[in-house]
Write a protein that binds this ligand. Structure first.
Ligand code: ATP
Length: 645
C-alpha cells in the first residue's frame, strides 16, 4: 500500500512512490510533490509501510484458472520458504533427540564410570542442545508462519476474485453467511494448519522414525517386543479415529457456515426484525443453529476424549512392560541402567509424537474439510459467461431484439415464454403488469444477469452471449429497484462505474439529478462518507444518487427498475425530471411501477401470462380497451400516482 497513491510523483520498481524526485520537482507547492523539507520524514514513514507485494492471482471473468486447491500446492508454491521451514524442522528434530542420549552418557560413563568431566560435558552439551533447539524452533515458526500467511493471502484473493465473477443466481441461491465462512473460518483453518500443523507433523513423524531407529540400535530385541505390544492397538485406534474425525469435522464446517448465515441475515434484517417483534423467534432459531454447531463440536470433543487418553494408556502400558522386560535384561547384564533409562525416555518421545499427531490430525482434518469446501466454491462456474471467442461489443446504437425468448429461474417453472420484442435505438419502453409477472426478469435478461433458456437476445445484431460481459455492461446502465450504496464517500458512490471521472464530471452528474443541495449541505462535500448501504441518506436521495451514477457512466442503453417506495411529491418530481434527462436519446427499458412513469415512455408493453400481452403507446392501449386500459381506469379513478399493478 502506498502512502500517497499515484498523486505524488512516479513509482519505482518496488511499487513505492519515488518521493525524492517528486519532492525536488515540487518546490513545496501543494499537490505538485512532497515539499523537500518533509521528504525525509515521508521517506521514513514509507520505509515503515509493509510491502504487500503483488498477489499471484489475476481476474478472469470466465473461470478460475488456478486449478484445484490442494494442501501440497499451497505450500509448494513458495519453495524458498518451504525449504527454510523444512531445514529448520530437520535441525530441530535432530537436536530434540540429543537429550536421552546425553542422559545415558551421563549415567553410564559419568555416574557409573565416576567421571565428573563426562558428567559436566554431558550437561553442557544438554544445555547447548536446548538453546540451539530454541533457535531452530524460532526459525521454523517464523518461516512456516510466513508461508501460511502468504499462501492464505493468495487464496483469500482468489476466492474473492471468484466471487466477483459469479453470476447473480449464485448469490440468490447461496447464503451470504455460508460464503463468508469460506472466506473466514475455512481459510483460517488452513492458515493454522500451514503455519504450525505441517511443521509439527514433520517433526513428529521424523521423531518417530528416528526414535525407532535409536531403540533398535540400543537393543533390537527389546525394541521389537515393545513396538509389537504398542503398534497394533495404536493402529486400530487411529483408523477408528480417522473415520470418526472425517465425519465430525465436515459436520463442524457445515454447521459453522449455517451459524454465520443466520447471523448475517439477522444483522442485515435488523430493522425488519425489530419492527415485527421477531427477536424472540430469531433467538430460538439461532439457538437451533448454534445447537447444531455445539453438537458437532461435542462429537469431535467426544472422539478426541476417547482417542487421546486411549493412546496415552497404550503408551503407558508399553512403558510398564518395558520396566519388567528391560529390568530383567539389566539384571541379566545384557542392558545397562543408562541404556534402559535412555530407552524409557526415547519411548516417551515416541509416544509424544503419536499424541501430537492425533491433535495434528484434528487440525489436518479441519484443513482438509476447509480445502474441500473451498474447492466446492472455486469449482462452481459462473452460469453466465461469454461464449468461447467472445468479442468486444463495439459502440452500439442501442437496438435491442428479444427473439423467441424463454426463461425460468427453475427449469419447470417458466417466467417468460416465447417473447418477441424489438426496441429501436433511442426508444423508451415501459414494462407494466401485475406483480410477479416477469418485468424485472425481462430487464435482468437484457443486462445479461441471466441467460435465456430458449431464444436469443441481440443488441445491434450481436447475440449477448457472443460479446464480452465487460464490454456489454459498459454500454448498459442499470438503475436497480433498490439502489445499493457502498460504504465510501459520496463521490465514490456517484463515480462507481467510472472511478476515473474528474470532479467536474461528477459535479455535472450531481447537477443533472439536482443533488447539488445535498452535496453542498454535507459536511465534506463530495468527500462526505456515506454509511454502509447508504443508511445515512433518504430513500429519495438514494434513488437520485443511483441516477447520477447512471449519468456518469454515459451508457447507450438504460435499464431502470423503478423503485416501489413512495416519495413525497417534490422528491418524486425531482426523480422524474432527472429520469427524463437520463433517458433522452438513449434506448431505455423501464420497469414501471407507476403509470405516471409508464406514460412518459414511447411505448408500453404489458407483461402477463408469461409474455407480452399488449404493446403500444399510452393512447393506443387506452383506446384498445384491454388490460392496460383497465389499469389506467383504476388508476385514474383513484386520481393519484398509484402502483401500476
Ligand atoms: P414486481 O412488479 O413485483 O417487481 P416483476 O414482474 O418484476 O414483479 P419478477 O421479479 O420478474 O417480477 O419475477 C417473476 C417471477 O419469477 C416471480 O414469480 C418471482 O417469484 C420469480 N423469481 C424472481 N426471482 C427469482 C429467483 N431468483 N429464483 C426463483 N424465482 C424467482
Amino acid at each position: 500500500m502506498s502512502l500517497f497513491g499515484g498523486g505524488f510523483g512516479g513509482f519505482n520498481a518496488g511499487g513505492r512512490p519515488s518521493v525524492g524526485a517528486a519532492g525536488r520537482k515540487g518546490n513545496g507547492l501543494p499537490f505538485a510533490g512532497v515539499p523537500s523539507d518533509l521528504a525525509e520524514g515521508v521517506a521514513k514513514l514509507e520505509a515503515r509501510e509493509p510491502d504487500h507485494g503483488d498477489p499471484r492471482v489475476s481476474f478472469d471473468p470466465v473461470a478460475d484458472r488456478g486449478g484445484r486447491v490442494t494442501l501440497g500446492r499451497l505450500v509448494a508454491g513458495r519453495p524458498g520458504l518451504l525449504l527454510a521451514a523444512v531445514l529448520a524442522v530437520l535441525v530441530e528434530t535432530l537436536l530434540l533427540q540429543a537429550g536421552p542420549f546425553l542422559v545415558q552418557v551421563g549415567i553410564d560413563h559419568g555416574m557409573a564410570g565416576r567421571d565428573v568431566r563426562v558428567l559436566v560435558g554431558a550437561t553442557v552439551a544438554f544445555v547447548a542442545a536446548v538453546l540451539l533447539t530454541g533457535v531452530a524452533t524460532a526459525v521454523r515458526m517464523r518461516q512456516s508462519g510466513r508461508l501460511a500467511a502468504s499462501a492464505t493471502r493468495d487464496l483469500r484473493i482468489r476466492i474473492f476474485a471468484h466471487l466477483q465473477r459469479m453470476s447473480l443466481d449464485y448469490y440468490t441461491s447461496e447464503k451470504a453467511g455460508v460464503t463468508m465462512t469460506r472466506m473466514t473460518s475455512d481459510v483460517e483453518a488452513l492458515q493454522s494448519l500451514l503455519a504450525d500443523g505441517f511443521a509439527q507433523f514433520g517433526i513428529q513423524a521424523l521423531t518417530m522414525v528416528l526414535v525407532t531407529a535409536v531403540l533398535f540400535h540400543y537393543n533390537a530385541e527389546l525394541a521389537l517386543i515393545t513396538l509389537l505390544l504398542i503398534v497394533p492397538p495404536l493402529t486400530v485406534a487411529s483408523l477408528w479415529f480417522r473415520r470418526a474425525a472425517d465425519r465430525g469435522y465436515n459436520r463442524q464446517r457445515d454447521t459453522i457456515a449455517a451459524m454465520f448465515a443466520d447471523l448475517s441475515e439477522s444483522l442485515n434484517g435488523a430493522r425488519v426484525i425489530t419492527a415485527h417483534n421477531r427477536q424472540d423467534r430469531n433467538i430460538v432459531a439461532h439457538r437451533d443453529v448454534v445447537g447444531a454447531y455445539r453438537d458437532a463440536n461435542d462429537f469431535t470433543g467426544r472422539i478426541n476424549a476417547v482417542y487421546g487418553p486411549g493412546t496415552s494408556a497404550i503408551g503407558l502400558l508399553g512403558m510398564a512392560a518395558l520396566l519388567l522386560i528391560g529390568g530383567r535384561m539389566v539384571l541379566r547384564g545384557s542392558l545397562s541402567i543408562g541404556e534402559l533409562t535412555a530407552f524409557v525416555l526415547y519411548l516417551n518421545s515416541f509416544f509424544q509424537p503419536v499424541q501430537q499427531l492425533v491433535q495434528l490430525y484434528t487440525q489436518y482434518q479441519q484443513g482438509r474439510a476447509a480445502v474441500g469446501k473451498i474447492n466446492g466454491l472455486l469449482g462452481t462456474a459462473p452460469s453466465v459467461r461469454p461464449a468461447p471467442g467472445a468479442v468486444e461489443l463495439p459502440p452500439v446504437r442501442g437496438e435491442i431484439v428479444l427473439a423467441d425468448v424463454t426463461f425460468g429461474y427453475l427449469p419447470d417453472r417458466p417466467v417468460l415464454e416465447h417473447v418477441n420484442l424489438t426496441i429501436r435505438p433511442g426508444e423508451t419502453i415501459a414494462c407494466v403488469g401485475p406483480t410477479g409477472a416477469g418485468k424485472s426478469t425481462l430487464a435482468k435478461l437484457v443486462t445479461r444477469l441471466y441467460d435465456p433458456t430458449g431464444g436469443r437476445i441481440l443488441i445491434d445484431g450481436h447475440d449477448l452471449r457472443d460479446v464480452t460481459l465487460e464490454s456489454l455492461r459498459r454500454q448498459i446502465g442499470v438503475v436497480p429497484q433498490e439502489p445499493f450504496l457502498f460504504a465510501g464517500t459520496l463521490r465514490d458512490n456517484i463515480a462507481f462505474a467510472r472511478p476515473g471521472a474528474s470532479d467536474a464530471e461528477v459535479w455535472a452528474a450531481v447537477d443533472e439529478v439536482g443533488l447539488r443541495d445535498l452535496v453542498e449541505r454535507s459536511p465534506e462535500g463530495l468527500q462526505t462518507p456515506l454509511h454502509e448501504r447508504g443508511q445515512s441518506v433518504s430513500s429519495g436521495e438514494r434513488q437520485l444518487l443511483a441516477l447520477a451514477r447512471a449519468f456518469l457512466a454515459e451508457p447507450r442503453v438504460v435499464v431502470l427498475d423503478e423503485a416501489t417506495s413512495s416519495l413525497d411529491l417534490r422528491s418524486e418530481l425531482r426523480v422524474e425530471a432527472a429520469l427524463d434527462r437520463l433517458l433522452q436519446g438513449r434506448t431505455a427499458i423501464l420497469v414501471a411501477h407507476r403509470l405516471s412513469t409508464a406514460m412518459r415512455a414511447d411505448r408500453i408493453i404489458v407483461v402477463d401470462d408469461h409474455g407480452i400481452v399488449e404493446s403500444g403507446s399510452h393512447e393506443e392501449l387506452v383506446a384498445a380497451g384491454g388490460r392496460y386500459a383497465r389499469m389506467y381506469a383504476t388508476w385514474a379513478a383513484h386520481g393519484t400516482a398509484d402502483h401500476a399493478a
